[in-house]
Design a protein around this ligand. Structure first.
Ligand SMILES: Nc1ncnc2c1ncn2[C@@H]1O[C@H](COP(=O)(O)OP(=O)(O)OP(=O)(O)O)[C@@H](O)[C@H]1O
Ligand SMILES: [Mg+2]
Length: 368
């Protein structure tokens, strides 16, 4: 049985420096977000990246490009995997907003079940009703229970164990003041994964709870799944240490590194997109306030787009949006994708190459 996460003051000397670096990174992200009109404005692409990565850890493969294209064309017939990833992205965005409003009170077993329901309802062949707690035994690792690495609690204990997780996340005990948000994220995640309340989808729900915890704490949410996907062995080791030895420090160290790595990645991406925007603007003269200039400004958030979507976003007529697209095609900021006869689709390849790069790699920028 997983013991409830401790609420006392935990100072981990062994990971203190990494933890401090993470707190500094979070402060930097908060300061940056305060300078924006809407702190969530940066999150459209990020939430989709998060969804793609978190689902890839599970083996549900789709690309950011595929997800964005499906959204741009409102393609309801996209592959089930793409729909599932899209649902993940809209779910995390929606609950981040709710957590931001409600704070830690947002956390309940019901919330966890709603997250699971939404991300699993498009999963083909899921054997339980999405959102229902499991009524079967599960094990982690190994081909059957006898070889497993870790056995989560029996089904009969799941509701009580999940209550332990959410009570901890609500931070009603002393630990709110005694433990940092990073420590709380680490312990809550390790505990949630040890409880494994569902037949499947526990990794995805658990990872989705991380940015939601940050939002509930009044912080700018950082999406950690791309880091986790790129560092999966360290992630699994940290989870195992928590489960098998009640070694919470390893998990705190891992989440600290994930926060630092994700914040760095965020800043690298933002800088690259700013340079790209400068390069685009140097390719021709734009009238101030023109639709084409405004279109250029939203391309990093909408690197795959149709004319009608652009018209809606800019609140301009279809012909005005069409003219803007034509101008952006001239400077090669947008390129038409073939194969879409009914609804022409345009992509910004230079922006996509920055947004799509593997985690930790340097962005590739066009020549000045
Ligand atoms: N010892 C462990 N080894 C590997 N994963 C573990 C371990 N303990 C807990 N986990 C968690 O279990 C998750 C897998 O559980 P499950 O298959 O229910 O989730 P999922 O969302 O379907 O899959 P995935 O996490 O692979 O995307 C892992 O992602 C991880 O978060
Ligand atoms: Mg799974």
């Amino acid at each position: 049985m997983p013991v409830a996460p401790p609420e006392r003051d935990l100072s981990f000397a062994a990971v203190a420096a990494r933890h401090r670096a993470a707190e500094e990174a979070l402060a930097k992200v908060d300061a940056y977000a305060r300078g924006l009109h809407d702190p969530f404005v940066v999150s459209r692409i990020l939430s989709r990246q998060e969804a793609v990565s978190s689902s890839a850890i599970e083996g549900t493969h789709s690309t950011l490009d595929e997800v964005l294209t499906g959204e741009a064309t409102q393609d309801e017939e996209a592959r089930a995997e793409v729909l599932q990833v899209r649902k993940y992205a809209t779910t995390v965005t929606r609950f981040i907003k709710q957590a931001h409003r409600q704070g830690n009170e947002v956390f309940s077993a019901n919330l966890v079940r709603r997250l699971h329901k939404r991300i699993m309802e498009d999963a083909p062949n899921y054997r339980d009703a999405p959102g229902d707690l499991r009524e079967v035994s599960v094990w982690i690792g190994g081909r059957d229970m006898a070889y497993s690495i870790f056995n989560p609690p029996p089904a009969s204990k799941v509701p009580a164990c999940l209550e332990d997780t959410v009570r901890y996340m609500r931070a009603e005990g002393m630990h709110e003041i005694q433990q940092s948000i990073i420590t709380r994220m680490a312990l809550a995640h390790a505990h949630f994964e040890a409880v494994h309340p569902f037949r499947d989808g526990n990794g995805r729900v658990g990872r989705m709870l991380l940015p939601i915890m940050m939002a509930a704490d009044g912080r700018t949410p950082l999406y950690l799944a791309p880091y986790i996907e790129a560092n999966k062995p360290a992630y699994v080791e940290a989870l195992k240490a928590a489960q098998q030895r009640l070694d919470w420090a390893s998990m705190v160290g891992f989440v600290s590194d994930a926060v630092v790595g994700s914040a760095n990645e965020l800043f690298t991406t933002r800088e690259a997109l700013e340079v790209l925007s400068t390069r685009w603007k140097a390719r021709r003269a734009f009238r101030r306030g023109s639709s084409s200039l405004r279109a250029l400004e939203i391309l990093p958030q909408y690197p795959v787009i149709t004319i009608s979507r652009l018209a809606t976003l800019l609140k301009v007529t279809y012909p005005a949006a069409a003219t803007a697209v034509a101008q952006l095609e001239e400077i090669k900021a947008l390129v038409e994708r073939t194969g879409y006869t009914r609804n022409r689709v345009f992509a910004a390849p230079e922006a996509l190459s920055i947004l799509n790069r593997p985690f930790g790699e340097e962005p590739i920028l066009p020549e000045a």
